[in-house]
Every structure is written in structure tokens, then in C-alpha cells.
Design a protein around this ligand. Structure first.
Ligand code: AMP
Length: 369
């Protein structure tokens, strides 16, 4: 199979997954259910995804020989995290199709490029400015107003690489604390709620979105997702349309997540895009137990060149992340009526570490026999 040929996997074929965390693990399990094998590439010998596959490559992302061998073992390659080094992506893409196309990472790895891309599509974001010095920052603090959020352009996640700037803060001091050469300043968004859309796009351009999910964070980390979000049908359709537009403009193949702020407006609530995640996403974990087909299966279908499902939601769904020491209470969740428990098989809980999640579905028709 050459790298540019349209992918059409058969049962028994193998997908390669870059990254061995819980997302890779759940992708591999979804592939197995469809009769597709998975080989996981990760530098960490304790990768949770290694537990569920027979074939694993434990090597650094810069190990050219390991990458070449990995590519030759698989039929298509995908990834569970967005910070793939560009050299790694190039080596793999020269040998096998990589989906989603790694060219999109140039947009989604860089907060400034991503905001510019979204703005060009006519979609709203927080007001923002490109910052490369304390002087830029001082000027942008004046134009955007305070409070504002300073974010590194690259490698930020779960609130890392971010500082909220308040009235009276010294730009030089804040800039030194962030310790980067390139950042963006975003106006602080007084959001009513945070929501996300999990969308899948097939190679034929078909886009399927899940119901909009409402997300609550604790210490910048997702704690709870609820589907559907408590927003009007019209706003939910607007959110899905934004995700469709983004997926199509990126010529995306696979599952992606668009995180949005719901903001008050004179003519009712509106939407601003916060972030695009070019992968399956924590706010879509509810689909494993709360929908007929999960985001993980949908991603496998998309990259395999198979038809996307039209997933049906089973009820009102709540997904709760087990973060750090929350995992110590797993016994409580195991005995909770109606709860489905997912433990990722990670070693020691650390503060902020995602150890598992629990889903509870309240059926749509509880009395129907
Ligand atoms: P991010 O890493 O950009 O997704 O940010 C993590 C969390 O910080 C978001 O989910 C929001 O809760 C909060 N946040 C990020 N940017 C802003 C903003 N411009 N205004 C208000 N809250 C923000």
C-alpha cells in the first residue's frame, strides 16, 4: 500500500497507533471489536495501550529504524496525541497512509495558527494577539483588556502553559514566568458554559457529529461531561455546523473534537471556539456506554475507509473522570447501580493524572418493557 492511496482496510488488517495512553488503548479495543488488529508505538514501557495489544513497539519517536519497522508492520497509521514531532510524521507518511493527514498538525499544534484558521472560516474565537515579548504583552493587555489569558503557542494542555493576567500584574514578570518565546494573549471569555462537539469525517467527506457535550473542569482538567448539553436545539445545531465546517476545511479523516465556549449575547447565547483537538477526546468518552457506536469505533471506521455510523444516544449520559486519588474510590463506583467503570491500568495515581472514568446512563425510556 502506498502512502497516498485511499485506505480500504479489511477485517484482519492492522492499524498502527502512535501513543500508548488511554486513548490509544480504547482505540485498540474498538479496532479489535471490528476484527482489526492494532500495533501500538510508544516510548513508555508502562503504556496502558500495551496491555490490550499483542504487538507493541517500545521506542523513541526519533528512532528512525523502529519507525520504519513499525510502518512496514501496519496498513494505516493514526495517533492519539497531537504533538507528534514533524520528523516522525514525515518518516511514517512516506511509507504508509497517516490519518488524519499530519499536515493538519501545523494548524492544530500552534494556538496562533489555529485561531487564525478558525477566524478565516468566519467562526468566532476569544479576541487574541500574537505575543513574542514583554513589550508585545504590555501592548496587548491594553488593547484586549484584563483579565486575559496568556498561553504558550505550542505544547499546552490541561491548563499547562497558561497564566491568567489580572489588573495590576506586571507584563515583564508574567512573561518571564511563562518562559517561552512565542505565545498568544486571549481576552478572558465570560462563558456561561463549556461544550464540545465530537465529529467524525470519512475520506468521502461524510461528517457525523455526536450530540453536543457539556463539560466541567476542575483545576483546568476535565472532570465531568454531560450529553446532551443543556443548550437550545438551535445552538446545538450551530455548534455541530462549526465542527462540520472545521473538519471539512481541514480535509480531515477521523474523529476530532471542537471545544467551545457558550457566551451570553443580546440575541441569545452564542459560540466561540476555544480549541480543536485532532483526535478522539476525553469529552467523547461517554459515547462508549452512552451511544450505539463510540467515538473510538467511529475513528477506526473513518481511518479504515469504512462507512461512518449514525450513532444513537441511549439516554442522558454523565461521564466522570477519575483523576489522581479519585481512583482509590473505585470500589464505590463498582457497586453504584447503573455505573460503567473504566480503569486505564496506570500505575501510581499522581495529582492531575487521568486514571479512569465512570459513565452513568439514565435511559430515555425507563419504563418501557
Ligand atoms: P485550554 O487549554 O485552552 O483548553 O484551556 C483550558 C481551560 O481554561 C478551558 O477549558 C477554560 O475553562 C479555561 N480558558 C481557556 N481560555 C480561556 C479564555 N480565553 N477565557 C476564559 N477561560 C479560558
Amino acid at each position: 500500500m502506498t502512502s497516498k492511496k485511499r485506505v480500504a482496510l479489511k477485517p484482519g488488517d492492522t492499524i498502527g497507533i502512535l501513543g500508548g495512553g488511554q486513548l490509544g488503548r480504547m482505540l485498540a479495543m474498538a479496532a479489535a471489536r471490528l476484527g482489526i488488529k492494532a500495533q501500538v508505538f510508544s516510548p513508555d514501557p508502562d503504556s496502558p495501550a500495551f496491555d490490550v495489544v499483542q504487538r507493541a513497539t517500545c521506542a523513541e519517536y526519533a528512532d528512525v529504524e523502529a519507525l520504519e519497522l513499525f510502518a512496514s508492520d501496519v496498513d494505516v497509521i493514526t495517533y492519539e496525541f497531537e504533538n507528534i514531532p514533524s520528523a516522525t510524521a514525515m518518516i511514517l507518511a512516506a511509507r504508509r497512509p497517516v490519518l488524519p493527514d499530519t499536515a493538519i498538525l501545523e494548524t492544530t499544534q500552534d494556538r496562533l495558527a489555529e485561531k487564525n484558521f478558525v477566524t478565516k472560516l468566519g467562526i468566532g474565537t476569544a479576541r487574541y494577539a500574537d505575543i513574542s515579548s514583554a513589550r508585545d504583552l504590555a501592548a496587548a493587555m491594553k488593547t484586549l483588556g484584563l483579565p486575559a489569558v496568556l498561553k504558550t503557542r505550542r505544547f499546552g494542555y490541561d491548563g499547562k502553559g497558561q497564566i491568567i493576567i489580572h489588573e495590576g500584574d506586571d507584563p515583564q514578570d508574567v512573561w518571564d514566568r511563562l518562559g517561552t518565546k512565542s505565545a498568544i494573549l486571549e481576552a478572558f471569555v465570560p462563558f456561561e458554559r463549556e461544550v464540545s462537539v465530537i465529529a467524525a469525517r470519512g475520506a468521502d467527506g461524510d461528517v457525523v457529529c455526536y450530540d453536543v457535550t457539556e463539560n466541567e473542569h476542575r483545576d483546568h482538567i476535565l472532570k465531568t461531561s454531560r450529553a446532551p448539553a443543556a443548550i437550545s436545539d438551535a445552538l446545538a445545531e450551530d455548534a455541530r455546523e462549526i465542527a462540520r465546517k472545521i473538519a471539512s476545511a481541514l480535509n480531515y479523516v477521523g474523529v476530532l473534537a471542537v471545544e467551545l465556549f457558550v457566551v451570553p449575547g443580546t440575541e441569545g447565547p452564542g459560540l466561540l471556539v476555544n480549541e480543536i483537538a485532532p483526535r478522539v477526546h476525553n469529552s467523547g468518552h461517554w459515547t462508549l456506554d452512552g451511544a450505539s457506536v463510540s467515538q473510538f469505533e467511529q475513528h477506526i471506521r473513518a481511518i479504515a475507509g469504512w462507512p461512518l455510523a449514525r450513532p444513537v444516544r441511549h439516554g442522558q449520559v454523565t461521564m466522570t473522570n477519575l483523576i489522581g486519588d479519585d481512583i482509590l474510590d473505585y470500589g464505590k463506583w463498582l457497586t453504584m447501580p447503573g455505573a460503567t467503570v473504566h480503569l486505564y491500568g496506570k500505575g501510581k495515581p499522581r495529582p492531575g493524572r487521568k486514571m479512569g472514568h465512570v459513565t452513568v446512563v439514565e435511559p430515555l425510556f425507563p419504563d418501557r418493557k
